[in-house]
Design a protein around this ligand. Structure first.
Ligand SMILES: Nc1ncnc2c1ncn2[C@@H]1O[C@H](COP(=O)(O)OP(=O)(O)O)[C@@H](O)[C@H]1O
Length: 213
């Protein structure tokens, strides 16, 4: 599991983690945006909450994520949960299924940096790659011309999302205190990934030892 405030780097690090470890990346935010794009009722309801930076109700999110998590690929290859659970009740929904992470990575970035990261964030709709106009600019004009911005990536909305994050993260820290590791998200993308690689590799070694013994 990977958690952190908006624009703390979850999506960027998930790209690198899944490329190296072959995990199935399940992002609650991406699943919700897909519901919106396909125009489902859940998507329409979800959008109202997302516009206000509030958590989308559990009755929409919990089954959506559980359904994806229990699919064979995630069970076989292992899963990387991004942006879920985001509340005590969402975590409890997994606890009742006996689903717990090997590691819970909490990315830590100072608030004042997050606003600048959000307002400059852009997405390539063709590749899904995440860019930042200043910190991680597009490689060429062709990509630059097709970049899009998330509807909730505005200064006023990210402040609401930040409040939502701080309202909920403490309850998650207590549930996952045995597997949680805080990672400094305020270094280079490669620097953060280097820290995460060390953690995942040692967690994998522990798992193979347990299986072996
Ligand atoms: N687990 C979740 N439960 C409820 N709502 C969620 C959840 N994950 C994402 N959302 C909604 O989608 C929005 C975008 O989430 P996400 O893409 O993870 O972006 P970020 O982590 O940068 O805020 C959130 O502000 C919230 O409204």
């Amino acid at each position: 599991m990977i958690a952190g405030a908006p624009a703390s780097g979850k999506g960027t690090q998930c790209e690198l983690i899944k490329a190296k470890y072959g995990l199935v990346h399940i992002s609650a935010g991406d699943l919700l945006r897909a519901e919106i794009a396909t125009g489902t009722d859940n998507g329409k309801q979800a959008k109202e909450f997302m516009e206000k930076g509030q958590l989308v109700p559990d009755e929409i999110v919990v089954n959506m994520v559980k359904g994806r998590l229990l699919q064979p690929d995630a069970q076989e290859k292992g899963w990387l949960l991004d942006g879920y659970p985001r509340s005590y009740s969402q975590a409890m929904a997994l606890e009742t299924l006996g689903i717990r992470p090997d590691i819970f990575i909490l990315l830590d970035v100072p608030d004042e940096l997050l606003v600048e990261r959000v307002v400059g964030r852009r997405l390539d709709p063709e590749t899904g790659k995440i860019y930042h106009l200043k910190y991680s600019p597009p490689e060429n004009e062709e990509i630059a011309s097709r970049l899009t911005q998330r509807f909730d990536d505005t200064e006023e909305k990210v402040k609401l999302r930040l409040q939502t994050h701080y309202q909920n993260i403490e309850s998650l820290v207590s549930i996952y205190e045995d597997v949680i590791v805080k990672v400094n998200g305020n270094t280079t993308v490669e620097g953060v990934f280097g820290e995460i690689e060390k953690l995942l590799t040692s967690s994998l070694d522990k798992k193979t030892e347990m299986v072996g013994s």
